[in-house]
Design a protein around this ligand. Structure first.
Ligand SMILES: Nc1nc2c(ncn2[C@@H]2O[C@H](COP(=O)(O)OP(=O)(O)OP(=O)(O)O)[C@@H](O)[C@H]2O)c(=O)[nH]1
Ligand SMILES: [Mg+2]
Length: 301
C-alpha cells in the first residue's frame, strides 16, 4: 500500500463521517447565509474539532466568503481546506541531529506509548539509525517486557532495570550505554500512571534533569502520546503534560478507531504543539509522519 493510500485507509472512519457530513453541509451553500455557517460549525464540533477551533475556522471562512464574494460550493470547499491546513501549522521532522539524541515519550496509561516507541524504533532502524530503547516505565515489569519485544523486532539496543527502580537511573544508564555503543537515538518509555499525578510529573522532571546533565546540548524531543478515541479528554491531559514536561510534539494514536479525527485541529489550536505522527493501527508500520496538507486532503478529498 502506498503512503497516501495508507493514510486514507487508516483514516477511513474519520474520513467517512467527516467527509459525508461536511460535503452535505458544503453542498447546501448558496451564498452568504448564517444558517450555512451555523451548520458548518455544528458539523466541525461533531467531528471533535472543538468549539473554539470550529468557531475560528468558521469566522475565517465567513470573512473570506464576504471579502471575495464566493458563491460556489467548490470554492467554499477549497477555501475551507486552506483554512484547515493553516490551522494545523507546521508538521516537520523531529530534530535529532546530535549523536546521541533523545526522544522522551510521555502520556497517560494505555494511550499507545510503548507501541509508538516500537514503531519509531523500526522506522529509524530502516533509516539506518542505531537505536537504543530505555525502559523508563518501571512501574510494571510487564512494561519492560513489552518494550523488549519491540527492541528485538527492530534490532534496537535495550536498557532496563528491575521493577520499581528509579526511572531516572534507567535513563542515566541508557545514556552511558548509548555513548559507549555509538547509538544515534535513545527513545525513553515512561510510566503513564503512578500513585498520583504529582509523582508522575516529578518523575518526568527528574528524567529531564538527568538528560540535561549527561547530554548537554543534545537534541531532545518530548512527544506526548494522545489516544484520538478519547476525544476532548485527551486535550485536558495534554494541557497538564504541557505545563510540566515541555512538549515538542504530539503523537495521535488510534486514528483508525475513531470517526472523530477532528481532534487533530483542537490539539494544534489549543496547545500550539505540532502533531508529528499519527498512529493508524497496531502493526509496526502503522505510524505515519504527519503532514498537514496530506491530512486535510485525505479528510476532505
Ligand atoms: N488501533 C490502534 N491501536 C493502537 C494504536 N497504538 C496503540 N494501540 C494499542 O493500544 C493498546 C495500548 O498500547 P500501549 O503501547 O501498551 O500503551 P501505553 O501508553 O504504553 O500503556 P501503559 O504502558 O499502560 O501506560 C495496545 O493494545 C496497542 O496495540 C493505534 O494507532 N491504533
Ligand atoms: Mg507502555
Amino acid at each position: 500500500m502506498g503512503f497516501f493510500d495508507k493514510i486514507k485507509a487508516g483514516l477511513a472512519k474519520t474520513k467517512q463521517s467527516f467527509q459525508n457530513r461536511l460535503n452535505a453541509t458544503i453542498a447546501s451553500f448558496t451564498g452568504e447565509n448564517e444558517d450555512f455557517f451555523d451548520d458548518l460549525e455544528d458539523t466541525l464540533i461533531l467531528s471533535d474539532v472543538g468549539a473554539e477551533a470550529s468557531m475560528d475556522a468558521v469566522d475565517r471562512l465567513r470573512d473570506e466568503v464576504e471579502e471575495r464574494g464566493l458563491r460556489g460550493s467548490d470554492e467554499v470547499r477549497d477555501t475551507l481546506r486552506d483554512i484547515l491546513v493553516d490551522m494545523l501549522g507546521q508538521g516537520g521532522e523531529l530534530r535529532l541531529a546530535t549523536h546521541p539524541s533523545v526522544i522522551l515519550v510521555v502520556g497517560v496509561n494505555g494511550v499507545g506509548k510503548t507501541t509508538t516507541i516500537g514503531k519509531l524504533a523500526l522506522m529509524y532502524h530502516h533509516q539506518g539509525k542505531k537505536v537504543l530503547l530505555a525502559a523508563g516505565d518501571t512501574f510494571r515489569a510487564a512494561a519492560a517486557e513489552q518494550l523488549k519485544i519491540w527492541a528485538d523486532r527492530s534490532g534496537a539496543d535495550f536498557v532496563r532495570h528491575e521493577e520499581g527502580s528509579d526511572p531516572a537511573a534507567v535513563v542515566f544508564d541508557a545514556i552511558s550505554a548509548a555513548k559507549a555503543r555509538g547509538s544515534d537515538i535513545i527513545i525513553v518509555d515512561t510510566a503513564g500512571r503512578l500513585h498520583n499525578k504529582s509523582n508522575l510529573m516529578n518523575e518526568l522532571a527528574k528524567i529531564s534533569r538527568v538528560i540535561d546533565r549527561e547530554l548537554p546540548g543534545a537534541d531532545r524531543e518530548t512527544l506526548l502520546v494522545i489516544d484520538a478515541t478519547t476525544g476532548q479528554n485527551g486535550l485536558s491531559q495534554a494541557e497538564e503534560f504541557k505545563k510540566y514536561a515541555g512538549l515538542t510534539g504530539i503523537v495521535l494514536t488510534k486514528l483508525d478507531g475513531t470517526a472523530k479525527g477532528g481532534i487533530v485541529f483542537a490539539i494544534t489550536q489549543k496547545l500550539g504543539v505540532p502533531v508529528r505522527f499519527v498512529g493508524v493501527g497496531e502493526k509496526a508500520d502503522d505510524l505515519i509522519p504527519f503532514d498537514p496538507e496530506e491530512f486535510a486532503e485525505a479528510l476532505l478529498g
